[in-house]
Design a protein. Structure first.
Length: 425
C-alpha cells in the first residue's frame, strides 16, 4: 500500500458507524488501500469468493480501510461482484457485508490496519485476516489458509509463507527474518509479508498498544504485528500461500522511508521485549499449514553496480559516523571491500552480522539520533544486498535460500555478542 496523504482528522469512530448496523461477525477480512483501483477488484473478488466458498456458515465482513483514494478505489470495493455458480459448493447463509471507511491519524498502512483492528473488536470477530491491496496472485484459498488455523485450530497469529524470487524481499532476508529468528526463537520466514491471520483476542491486544504515533503506524506495522504476537505468548503458525506477485522493486531504489520505518520498529521491539529475548536458548520451527507446490516466479531486476556505488559513497562520506558505531576491525573490512572490483565485491556473513548487532547496540545506547543512525545503515545494507546478489547470481531460488539459512545460523552463533554488549560486558 502506498502511503496516503494526511486524512482529515475527525473523531476516531466517525468512519466506523456502518459497523453498528452489522452488529457482529465471525470472520473479518481487512484490506488497506490508497489509490489501488487497478488491482483492488481482483483482490475483492478473491476475498469474497474465499469467504463464500469456505465460510458459508459464518457471518463475514470485509472492511476496506482507505487513505483518501482519488481513483475510485472505495467504489470498486462496493461494486465488485462474483459469479457464485463457479466458486461455491453451497451458498452462504448470510450476506457478506462490505464496509469501506476512511482511517484517521498518521498516514500509512499501520493507521489503516488500526481501523481494521478496532472494527474487528467492535464486531466481536473470532478470526480475522488482512491482505494487501496490490496483489495479483491472491486466490480464494488464501482466505481459507489465513483464517482456518485461527477459527478451527486454536492459533492466534498466522504468518504467510511464500515462494519468492531470490532477489525479492532483500530487507527480510538480510535483517528482519534472521534477527527475529535469532532473538525471539521462532522460524517465521516472512515476518513482514503483508498477509496475516489473527484472532479477535490478538486484535484486542493490538488496539490497546500505545504505538499509533510511531513508525508502527506506517511501514512498521507488519514486523510489529509479528513480534508482538511472538513476544507476548500468542500461539503462532504459518500458511503456505504460493507466490506473492505484486510489484517488486529494485532493492537499490525507493527504499529509504520503508527501510528506516521497518528497522526502527524492529529495534524498538527489541528494546521493549529485551526481557523476553535475552533468555531464548533455542530456535524452534513454527507449524505450517498448506501444501507447498511449484510456482513460476516473476524475475526481479537489480542494479548491482548502483548498489555498490552507493556503498562506496557511504565509505567516503559516513566513515566518521560509522566509526562511532562499529569497531576498528569492522571499519578496516569495509574499507577493504570498497576497494574490491565489482565482480569480486563481498560483505560476508560474519561482517554483516557484526554490523547489524552493533547497530542494535548503538540504538539501545542512544549514541546517535535514531533516524540518523538508521539512515546511515542504508549504504551498508545496499552493499550487503549487492554482495548477496553476486553470490546468488548462478543459483536457483532454492539454492539461494540456503544462503539465507547460512546467514541465519551466523546470527544465532553471534547472539551472545549482542547480549554481552547489551549488558555492558
Amino acid at each position: 500500500m502506498t502511503t496516503a496523504p494526511e486524512p482529515e482528522e475527525e473523531g476516531r469512530g466517525d468512519g466506523l458507524d456502518e459497523i453498528e448496523s452489522v452488529g457482529s461477525a465471525d470472520v473479518v477480512v481487512g484490506i488497506a488501500t490508497y489509490n489501488n483501483a487497478a488491482t483492488i477488484g481482483h483482490v475483492m473478488t478473491a476475498v469474497s469468493a474465499g469467504l463464500a466458498k469456505y465460510f458459508p456458515q459464518h457471518r463475514c465482513v470485509i472492511i476496506n480501510s482507505d487513505g483518501g483514494s482519488k481513483d475510485g478505489t472505495p467504489d470498486v470495493v462496493r461494486n465488485v461482484t462474483i459469479d457464485h455458480r463457479t466458486v461455491l459448493v453451497e451458498h452462504p447463509l448470510a450476506p457478506i457485508h462490505r464496509i469501506s471507511t476512511p482511517y484517521h491519524g498518521i498516514p500509512g498502512k499501520g493507521s489503516a490496519l488500526r481501523t481494521i483492528f478496532e472494527a474487528a473488536v467492535r464486531l466481536g470477530a473470532k478470526a480475522c485476516c488482512v491482505v494487501d491491496a496490490d496483489l495479483r496472485s491472491i486466490t480464494p484459498e488464501w482466505i481459507q489458509l489465513l483464517v482456518v488455523p485461527v477459527l478451527h485450530r486454536g492459533f492466534d497469529f498466522v504468518a504467510p509463507l511464500y515462494s519468492r524470487h531470490k532477489y525479492d524481499g532483500s530487507i527480510t532476508n538480510s535483517v528482519i527474518y534472521p534477527v527475529t529468528r535469532a532473538l525471539f526463537g521462532r522460524k517465521i520466514r516472512q515476518p513482514i509479508g503483508g498477509e496475516f491471520g489473527f484472532s479477535g483476542s490478538l486484535a484486542g491486544h493490538y488496539v490497546k498498544q500505545d504505538v499509533w504515533h510511531t513508525d508502527v503506524a506506517r511501514f512498521g506495522i507488519d514486523i510489529w504485528m509479528t513480534i508482538e504476537a511472538v513476544a507476548c505468548g500468542f500461539n503462532v503458525c504459518q500458511s503456505y500461500l504460493g507466490a506473492k506477485i505484486h510489484n517488486p522493486k529494485d532493492p537499490g531504489s525507493d527504499l529509504r522511508d520503508m527501510f528506516v520505518q521497518v528497522l526502527g520498529s524492529l529495534l524498538g521491539l527489541i528494546e521493549k521485549h529485551h526481557a523476553r529475548w535475552k533468555d531464548v536458548r533455542e530456535v524452534a520451527d513454527v507449524p505450517v499449514f498448506g501444501f507447498k507446490y511449484f510456482v513460476a516466479l516473476e524475475p526481479v531486476r537489480v542494479n548491482i553496480g548502483n548498489m555498490i556505488g552507493q556503498f562506496r559513497l557511504g565509505v567516503e562520506n559516513l566513515g566518521e559516523l560509522w566509526a562511532s558505531v562499529l569497531d576498528e576491525e569492522t571499519m578496516e573490512e569495509l574499507e577493504e571491500a570498497s576497494r574490491a572490483a565489482d565482480d569480486t565485491f563481498r560483505i560476508n556473513d560474519s561482517l554483516w552480522v557484526k554490523i547489524i548487532y552493533d547497530y542494535i547496540l548503538a540504538y539501545h545506547r542512544r549514541t546517535i539520533r535514531a533516524r540518523h543512525l538508521l539512515s546511515s545503515l542504508i549504504p551498508l545494507y545496499l552493499g550487503r544486498t549487492a554482495s548477496f546478489c553476486l553470490e546468488a547470481a548462478q543459483l536457483n531460488n532454492e539454492e539461494a535460500e540456503e544462503l539465507v539459512e547460512r546467514l541465519c545460523l551466523e546470527y544465532e552463533r553471534r547472539r551472545t555478542r549482542l547480549i554481552e554488549g547489551w549488558e555492558g560486558r
